[in-house]
Design a protein around this ligand. Structure first.
Ligand code: SF4
Ligand code: ZN
Length: 283
């Protein structure tokens, strides 16, 4: 297939673009998202929450190209055979930035693997609760936390929220969380960049990323929702973007629960005792 904008062979479909035009298309898309939703200023103190995976690697590469400087925080959940490798990739990628790695084992005295042996809970739920808590802690002193969430992640989260009516999840939707006293704003510059596009970008720029999956990923409800949305996208291209755009036009404007702080640890929380303290038995 040929590029829509020149005579070269395309490396992407929908839109069909050659490497050069695909690259400008992604840079423009991210720049437009940052501008449209007022995500970042050049003077902001920026912290990127990174994992060493393709999304955070791509977002850091793009921010650097757009002239933003940032520090990085990464979380070591303690997942055998998975996290060590991605953190090695991150160290290579982060050589020009300050990088802080916080671990579940050190901060909560238990790794995710150990927690899963003890408790019959869903790994991703436990993981998300502890990870958000550590990122909130690391975000102290920064104006904004950048995450690598992409279009697929957001479409999945919106549909999961529809299916579960989860208010805590709703608070984390949108390209930018609301600004409130005591809470560091979180932004998603890859909001309109699909997972496939992120993958193409990372491969095209030869960014050092190993494509390994978390061993807990397949079990997750999110995984099931993701597979369902992917099949819709196949039969009806543009579904993911439609889900997100429709959500932005309607739901986001009228929902969002006021946030508060946890009465046990003082961290941002939608409940009086945060999920992390609940998981640690501090109730
Ligand atoms: Fe954590 Fe689940 Fe992601 Fe694995 S897939 S890192 S358990 S949230
Ligand atoms: Zn072209």
């Amino acid at each position: 297939m040929k590029c829509e904008q020149c005579a070269k062979n395309s490396i992407s479909s929908q839109p069909s673009l050659c490497a050069d035009h695909f690259d400008s298309y992604i840079v423009d898309k991210v720049q437009n998202t940052i501008r449209t939703f007022s995500l970042l200023n050049k003077t902001d103190r920026v912290l990127v929450a990174a994992s060493g995976g393709k999304d955070s690697t791509a977002v850091m590469h793009l921010l650097e190209r757009l002239g933003y400087s940032f520090d990085i925080v990464a979380i070591d959940e303690g997942i055998k055979g998975y996290r060590k490798g991605t953190l090695e990739d991150l160290r290579v990628n982060a050589k020009n930035n300050s990088l802080k790695i916080l671990s579940f084992k050190k901060e909560f005295d238990i790794s995710l693997d150990e927690h899963m042996k003890k408790e019959k809970q869903h790994a991703c739920r436990v993981c998300g609760v502890f990870r958000r808590k550590l990122i909130a802690k690391a975000a102290n002193g920064y104006d904004v936390v950048v995450t690598g969430h992409n279009l697929d992640d957001e479409a999945q989260a919106i549909m999961m929220n529809v299916l579960k009516n989860n208010a805590a999840l709703m608070n984390r939707l949108g390209p930018k969380t609301r600004e409130q006293e005591g809470f560091t704003v979180r932004i998603k510059p890859l909001y309109f960049v699909s997972e496939k596009e992120v993958l193409t970008y990372v491969v095209m720029h030869k960014l050092p990323v190993r494509f390994v999956e978390c061993p807990y990923q397949q079990d997750s409800f999110r995984g099931e929702v993701g597979r369902w949305i992917n099949s819709l996208e196949k039969s009806s291209p543009g579904t993911k973007e439609k889900i997100v755009r429709k959500f932005l036009r309607t739901t986001l404007a009228v929902t969002e629960e006021p946030k508060q702080t946890c009465s046990r640890c003082g961290a941002p929380s939608a409940r009086s005792v945060c999920r992390s303290c609940t998981l640690q038995g501090r109730v």
